[in-house]
Ligand binder design. Structure first.
Ligand code: PEP
Ligand code: MG
Length: 563
């Protein structure tokens, strides 16, 4: 039996599976037999215990998982949840029922906020389930320690569910829910575990195939229960190719990775936190192509000072001596609202005051940031470039470049992620030192489809012909005006699409640290001619799948690399 899901972390595995139970006590709306003081006490005690447990898990964790768990502790212990629940308890309901209702209210609020906040909906669900178990006095269904390497199958996984996993024993993860930006996906990617999310029927299939093996091909997004001998052979071959790929030595010069015929492509890393710098260096990045500075300040109520910013940027660029770091100015707004900038409620924040547009109302913040970047860059021996997000007009681009120069920043460019800027790319590339294409937003705006929407995921597929043609238009404008063009959106992190982008005329790539190695593999395994042919081929594609097939037909080494 074959099922299709969305690939969230590449890799291939085969073996036994474990299906995580979803047995959580479900309360009814029946009135309580206890006093409201007793029910209130039960609820507060349960919330406290869950908060303490999550805190202990955070203390045992590190990096991104620790940060996510600490954010979950804050949600669990937010007095607003207990207050909301108290209303139901006072009207005679049980603590469990009140918790369910309070969680519903919070989930609705978070969903309505969209973006990063909408991702927290599943965290609230997990906190609710843990509290319900606590109140009922039953054990929360934890993932047991595995004796042998196992594929983990679940409806969804919360960060707390995965915090104590022995990662060496997890062959792959498959969830029925979640999306490519869900916590499951982030955690799987950061640990290099193959993962498929949004695999709708996997729970039913797992129940039917209890005791059998399952093959997970997260490169293709395919889950196969009870695979036949021939398929097992194919999967085993793919696993061998991946092993061989990981040990290949890649051609790399001082300026970047080399194709099989010596054409140089710099491959940079995308980062947003201090902890990621060492991972970026270890992954073989030629520097940083996108430092998302807003991620440093998402929780801040007040604007960071010049001194605070100078200090953190100095730390962030330190590991890249002799290399390049492109710092993006704050991309506040939309899915990344910041309390000290986006305080007016906008009816449609994705089309509102975000990115460079925030300088209309907060020019001083942009100036402070540029000054801090310039101070950090001074005497650092790191080549620091700056770029502005969400540029629409050439006039905005030239305003930004001039402003950067005022602070002594000699290399200034902009991101192209708004369709208008694609058609104005000729003028924009004339006034900038470089361009970086944000394919995540460009895809969303080109197709008028929210990039976080699971039902519209196909619209945001980076292989969509309209996006590929837009990239080619920008690359051509850059070539004409001698302005280097890079891609820093997720498209550059796809090891099959990355060589195509170079074939379309893009000069550099900046990707996710977890796939950077695979991107470098696929670029170095091919010749420039193969990349150019792949770029030419996709321009004739009618659909995203068509584009991928046409590219694969040219990139013949992908198969040998197990990609
Ligand atoms: C993009 O839009 O492609 C991009 C890189 O910016 P972000 O994902 O931070 O919006
Ligand atoms: Mg963007």
């Amino acid at each position: 039996m074959k099922l299709k899901g969305i690939s969230a972390s590449s890799g291939v595995a085969i073996g036994p599976f474990f299906l995580l139970s979803t047995n959580i006590p479900v309360p009814t709306s029946q009135m309580s037999q206890l006093s409201f003081e007793q029910e209130g006490h039960l609820l507060n005690l349960a919330i406290k215990k869950v908060g303490q447990d999550l805190e202990a898990r955070a203390a045992r964790s590190s990096g991104e998982l620790r940060d996510i768990l600490l954010a979950t502790v804050e949600i669990a212990t937010d007095p607003a949840i207990a207050e909301e629940a108290a209303g139901f308890i006072v009207s005679g309901h049980t603590a469990s029922y009140a918790m369910v209702k309070a969680a519903e209210v919070f989930q609705e609020l978070l969903s309505a906020s969209g973006g990063y906040l909408a991702e927290r909906v599943s965290d609230v669900a997990n906190i609710r389930d843990r509290v319900l178990c606590e109140i009922a006095g039953v054990a929360y269904p934890e993932i047991p320690p595995f004796e042998q390497p196992t594929v983990l199958i679940a409806q969804d996984l919360s960060p707390a569910d995965t915090s104590d996993l022995d990662r060496g024993k997890i062959l792959a993860i498959v969830t029925a829910g979640g999306g490519p930006t869900s916590h499951t996906a982030i955690i799987a990617r950061s640990h290099g575990i193959a993962a498929i999310v949004a695999c709708a029927d996997v729970i039913e299939a797992a129940k039917l195939h209890k005791g059998n093996n399952v093959a997970v091909d997260a490169t293709e997004g395919l889950v196969t229960f009870n695979p036949d001998a021939q398929f097992v052979g194919q999967i085993a071959e793919k696993i061998e190719k991946i092993k061989a790929r990981k040990s290949r030595v890649l051609a790399h010069g001082p300026d970047g990775y080399a194709t099989s015929d010596g054409f140089i492509t710099p491959i940079y890393a995308n980062i947003g936190r201090l902890e990621e710098t060492s991972v970026a260096v270890a992954s073989g990045a030629d520097g940083v192509g996108l430092l998302r500075t807003e991620l440093l300040y998402l929780d801040r109520k007040d604007a960071p000072t010049l001194q605070e910013q100078t200090a953190i940027y100095s730390e962030l660029i330190k590991p890249f001596i002799g290399k390049k770091v492109i710092i993006r100015t704050l991309d506040a707004g939309a899915d990344k609202p910041m309390a000290f900038i986006n305080f007016d409620k906008e009816p449609n924040p994705v089309l509102g005051i975000r990115g460079f547009r925030t300088s209309i109302t907060h020019e001083h913040l942009l100036r402070t940031q540029l000054e801090a970047i310039a101070q950090a860059a001074k005497d650092s021996q790191v080549e620091v470039w700056v770029m502005a997000p969400m540029i629409t007009f050439p006039s905005e681009a030239s305003t930004f470049v001039k402003m950067a120069r005022e602070y002594g920043l000699q290399k200034a460019g902009v991101m192209i992620e708004v369709p208008a800027a694609v058609f104005l790319a000729d003028e924009i590339t004339k006034v900038c030192d470089f361009i970086s294409i944000g394919t995540n937003d460009l895809g969303q705006y080109l197709h008028a489809a929210d990039r976080e929407s699971a039902p519209l995921a196909a619209f945001n597929n980076p292989w969509q012909p309209a996006l590929l043609r837009a990239i080619e238009l920008i690359a051509q404008a850059g070539l004409k005006n001698n302005c280097p063009v890079g891609v820093c959106g997720e498209a550059a992190s796809d090891p099959v699409l990355a060589p195509v982008l170079i074939g379309l005329g893009v000069n550099s790539l900046s990707c996710n640290v977890t796939t950077l190695g695979d991107v470098a593999q696929s670029i170095t395994a091919h010749s420039l001619e193969q990349l150019l042919l792949a770029g030419k081929a996709v321009l004739a594609a009618k659909t995203a799948q068509d584009a991928k097939n046409l590219a694969r037909a040219q990139l013949v080494e992908l198969h040998n690399l197990g990609l």
